[in-house]
Design a protein around this ligand. Structure first.
Ligand code: ADP
Ligand code: MG
Length: 596
């Protein structure tokens, strides 16, 4: 039932969290889509020009407005959604402040075209500088179309803060995607004059929606979350621990259907992952948290991106418990492939044995000679502080005797992560992940030296589905990617086709490689040298493929790793600069036990 729009009295408007909602085109896109959703739309079409800076149009098939309501809608504090302050705690709509339309009309030229089902004709209203300049009767379909042009045209100072078109468009996509996850049944489309960026059909199935937006490759690596904890319900999907990224862009969470940001919830989502993923890596997640409406205050921030919980820690603990049990279910299942990315057979841990064997073969062919620890002293100037660790390690091997990892006596694995060895003059702990990472990195670099910038054409070009944002990164960097050996082109929608890859990376699963490359290219950009970006990509790939912490290695695997370490030049730190091993000198042990 459509309710008429009413302007709030001063007492009520005074209690509403006030402030600016329009910061950039994406804020407008968000407010307009929320209005369409509140109006019961099932089909929303968003049209953007110049990343929304020049023009934003949002068309919906919602309930529309009568002429008088449409005129009122642009008044400050005019809303059909709340009547009293208490309504705010029970509302199910996104809006309630009655501020979006007047704020938008004050900074851009607006035109609204709207019609209700009951009315034979629609209404067109034009506004400039927040003032209505024209109201006319007009033919139009049932629903509302809002056209916003020339954002910040009257405030050039604010216009200057807008970023380049592709950046603003990426922000708009983010805003659309956030809303799209929470409303799977609503069709959402985004078009620009150049192309259709997004077309997600309505569905009852959240998984299907996520898969259309984030790409099937990622969704295959999602595990479901579903948990009730008292009156808190948590559901959605989270990524397997190996499917991580270097930023939090893949994390979406909602409280009572609203996308929000909250540092305590960030922490709750990261907690179950901490032990199983690398530092500064983040999972992907789409999580819906449902709490009784009276336990959450949405009237904290004008954009409603922050909320206040009456009992934040109970929500924190519910999220931690829900995610932990989902991740644990997967870890306990006998089929470990659940825990590792699907489609990455080459890099699965169960295949680790095989991999060690293979790489061992390659090393023997490649390097021929064994590098001893004392051998490191020659010509090693990494300038990253690692010499110190090496020097420390070598203090007592100055007897001139070369010591190799293989010659150490392996004792046991500590905390599922550190390999303990007895050395002639003390004890050595090796971080298995860091060590393996360095081995893979050096191996790839060495092949890189041999094969240089060679690229290998794929027998069957690979088609990979990307998120709309990642697609733009690839489009923007096609030429650069080509320079470093990747021939990638847009295929259809948001999928790309990969025709060739650098020869050194031809063994790596493309589904792991492409996201890694996108992240690195996005972070480092074109300004950096080819070699540097290539090294960064190699580092990422090595990290993805290396054996993880908390994985039990057999004695044979440890021996293989030691031989690998002996075969590479820089065995003291991982490619990220973390130490690979730490030595406890007998003399230090004696000091600790106060024997000396
Ligand atoms: P709020 O959403 O907080 O109520 P807005 O300024 O966003 O405030 O919108 C004011 C009013 O205009 C809404 O309460 C609603 O009644 C009406 N309205 C806005 N957009 C639409 C739309 N797309 N379809 C139908 N009604 C709309
Ligand atoms: Mg609104």
């Amino acid at each position: 039932m459509r309710r008429p729009i009413v302007v709030m009295d001063e007492e009520l408007s005074g209690k509403i969290a006030a402030g600016e909602v329009v910061e950039r085109p994406a804020s407008i896109v968000k407010e307009l889509i929320e209005n369409s959703l509140d109006a019961g739309a099932t089909d929303i079409l968003i049209e953007l020009e110049n990343g929304g800076k020049h023009s934003i149009r949002v068309n919906d098939n919602g309930e529309g407005m009568e002429r008088e309501d449409a005129i009122l809608a642009f008044e400050r504090y005019a809303t059909s959604k709340i009547r009293t302050f208490d309504d705010m705690y029970t509302i199910h709509s996104f809006g309630f402040r009655g501020e979006a339309l007047p704020s938008i009309a004050s900074i851009a030229k607006c035109e609204i075209l709207t019609r209700t089902r009951e009315s034979p004709s629609g209404t067109r209203i034009l506004l400039e500088r927040g003032v209505i300049t024209e109201v006319i009767e007009a033919g139009c379909p049932v629903g509302t179309s809002l056209h916003v042009r020339d954002i910040f045209y009257s405030t050039p100072a604010r216009k200057k803060f807008l970023k380049k078109d592709s950046t603003e468009q990426a922000h708009c996509i983010d805003a659309i995607v956030r809303l799209a996850f929470a409303h799977p049944h609503v069709r959402m489309r985004l078009v620009t004059p150049k192309r259709e960026v997004l077309d997600v059909p309505g569905t009852d199935n959240l998984n299907e929606r996520i898969s259309i937006i984030l790409g099937e490759d990622l969704t295959k690596n999602f595990i479901p979350v579903e948990k009730h904890d008292g009156n808190i319900r948590i559901e959605g999907f989270v990524s397997k621990p190996v499917f991580t990224r270097s930023n939090t862009k893949g994390i979406f969470y909602y409280v009572n259907g609203r996308f929000i940001r909250d540092s305590l919830l960030n922490n709750a989502i990261m907690t179950p992952y901490r032990r199983v993923i690398e530092a500064r890596r983040y999972p992907s997640a789409v999580i819906f948290i449902t709490v009784p409406p009276e336990d959450v205050d949405v009237n904290v921030h004008p954009t409603k991106m922050e909320v206040r919980f009456s009992n934040p820690w109970s929500i924190h603990s519910a999220v931690v418990k829900a995610l932990t049990s989902s991740l644990a279910d997967v870890a306990l299942s006998s089929d470990m492939s659940h825990f590792y990315p699907s489609g990455t057979v080459k890099t699965l841990l169960p295949e680790y044995r095989q991999r060690v064997r293979e790489s061992l073969k390659r090393y023997t062919v490649m390097s021929g000679s064994k590098t001893s620890f004392s051998g490191h002293q020659h010509g090693v100037h990494r300038g990253d502080g690692t010499e110190q660790i090496q020097d420390y390690f070598m203090q007592d091997t100055s007897s001139g005797q070369a010591v190799t990892f293989s010659s150490l006596r392996y004792l046991d694995q500590i905390a599922g992560t550190y390999l303990l060895f007895s050395a002639p003059d003390g004890a050595i702990l090796v971080d298995q992940h860091a060590a393996h990472e360095r081995v893979l990195f050096e191996q790839m670099k060495s092949t890189c030296r041999e094969k240089g910038g060679e690229k290998q054409t794929l027998l069957i070009p690979e088609v990979i589905s990307l998120t709309p944002a990642d697609y733009i990164v690839v489009k923007d960097h096609c030429a650069f990617l080509n320079d470093i050996g990747f021939e990638i082109e847009g295929y259809s929608g948001n999928t790309v086709i990969v025709r060739s890859v650098p020869t050194i990376l031809s063994d790596v699963d493309l589904k792991l490689l492409i996201p890694a490359i996108i992240e690195e290219v996005e972070k480092t950009g074109r300004s950096t040298g080819i070699q540097e970006v290539r090294d960064k990509i190699l580092t990422r790939v090595a990290c993805q493929c290396a054996v993880k912490a908390h994985h039990k290695l057999t004695r044979v695997e440890v021996e293989g790793l030691c031989r690998d370490l002996d075969a590479i030049p820089f065995a003291s730190t991982c490619p990220h600069g973390r130490p690979i091993f730490i030595k406890f000198d007998t003399r230090d042990l004696e000091k600790m036990f106060r024997r000396k």
